[in-house]
Write a protein that binds this ligand. Structure first.
Ligand SMILES: [Zn+2]
Length: 383
């Protein structure tokens, strides 16, 4: 399939932009950002380079319509996860309607659709009113430094985040919270059970309660957009040597949250488990702390309905039946939403995000581009 948007996608994949916070020494977003800035400027757009951190910068292109109107933001991240185990991650192979390579689906496919939509307006001067903002941000795969910096500088009346949704119009997604639990024991020679207290066995008690809690969370009535909350044990570390009672065990877990749950709910649940275990066994010693949390996001219903109607009509003309719902993974839409920019998540289909064989469907990239062009024309017109 030959189309300038697919050429653009292939160029984006060919530029290594692995997030340097995930893999020390990785390329980062600088080169891909320079490429995007050149593309946008080349089509006549005003481009701002927004320095964020450590020489890393967001790229923001702006197109002004002929008359006043509303602002639509198209937001996508430039960074990708690492490439361990991939044969040729930066070689954009196109085969059977698919484009392969690291970041093809997450989310250089969506980014290519958004850049191509913006270039359409910039090169034709056809944005009748309002303003279209194309924001290519850094660091979504780690700390979302890019989106956090973006919302301090850019405002919009609505946004589309082009993460891969398989063409579903996503009206929100779950949040997450990371919690660290430490159980304490007493180190002693393995032959002296009267002296030793086993921190790993104590963590076993915590783990069995967590497993029960997870089952309970997943059996609650599902939220219509977010489904059910859940948790899993992610990383565990403890023990010193075979013949010694372990004095310490550390567990890091992830709690996935849904709308309405407080930002510290996972931490509070773990504290409650520790308290119960302490009441059952006065020697039991453990503590917990929250490491990080990001809220769930729910698109405000009015904005969600308006954006959905236009996108659904646009993709229907390409023979794609629109579906709505939520995504399980967290996105920058939560940061835009918290900053007062109602956002939907909408992007192409494919498979293998974060795995060793990743691809995006070329046809979907073009359908997304066309839908975003229709959306910008409709939304930015003065109302
Ligand atoms: Zn992504």
């Amino acid at each position: 399939m030959a189309d300038p948007a697919i050429d653009l996608l292939r160029d984006l994949i060919a530029i290594d932009s692995v997030n340097p916070s995930l893999a020390p020494g990785a390329a980062g977003e600088t080169e891909v950002g320079e490429y995007i800035a050149r593309e946008l400027r080349g089509s006549g757009m005003d481009v701002e380079i927004q320095p964020v951190a450590d020489g890393r910068a967001n790229i923001v292109g702006v197109i002004e319509g002929a008359r006043q109107g509303r602002t639509l933001m198209l937001c996508g991240h430039m960074d990708t996860v690492g490439v361990t185990g991939m044969q040729s991650p930066f070689d954009p192979v196109q085969k059977d309607g698919r484009v392969y390579g690291r970041g093809s689906q997450d989310m250089k496919g969506g980014l290519a659709s958004m850049i191509a939509a913006a270039k359409h307006f910039a090169s034709t001067g056809s944005l009748r009113s309002g303003r279209l903002v194309l924001a290519a941000v850094i660091d979504e795969e780690y700390g979302s430094l890019g989106a956090e910096a973006l919302v301090t500088k850019c405002k919009a009346d609505a946004a589309v985040v082009g993460e891969p949704t398989d063409m579903k119009i996503a009206l929100g997604h779950k949040g997450f919270e990371w919690v660290e639990v430490t159980t304490e024991g007493i180190a002693a020679h393995g032959s002296r059970p009267a002296d030793g207290r086993d921190a790993i066995m104590r963590m076993g008690r915590v783990l069995s309660r967590l497993e029960k809690l997870d089952r309970e969370l997943q059996s609650r009535p599902p939220h219509p957009i977010h489904g059910t909350a859940s948790l899993h044990a992610s990383i565990i570390d403890g023990g010193r040597e075979l013949s010694t009672y372990p004095d310490r065990c550390v567990l890091q877990l992830e709690r996935r949250t849904i709308h309405g749950e407080p930002s510290h709910c996972g931490h509070a649940e773990v504290e409650k488990i520790i308290k119960q275990l302490g009441e059952e066994d006065h020697e039991f010693a453990a503590s917990a702390r929250q490491m990080f949390s990001r809220p769930a996001y729910l698109t405000p219903s009015n904005a969600g309905a308006e954006l959905t109607n236009v996108i659904a009509a646009a993709i229907a003309r390409k023979g794609v039946q629109a579906t709505t719902g939520g995504m399980s993974f967290w996105t920058d839409a939560a940061i835009l939403g918290e900053a007062g920019i109602p956002s939907v998540v909408f992007g192409p289909g494919g498979a293998g995000l974060h795995s060793i064989s990743e691809y995006v469907l070329a046809e979907d990239v073009l359908t997304c581009r066309d839908a975003l062009i229709e959306l910008a024309s409709e939304f930015c017109s003065d109302k």
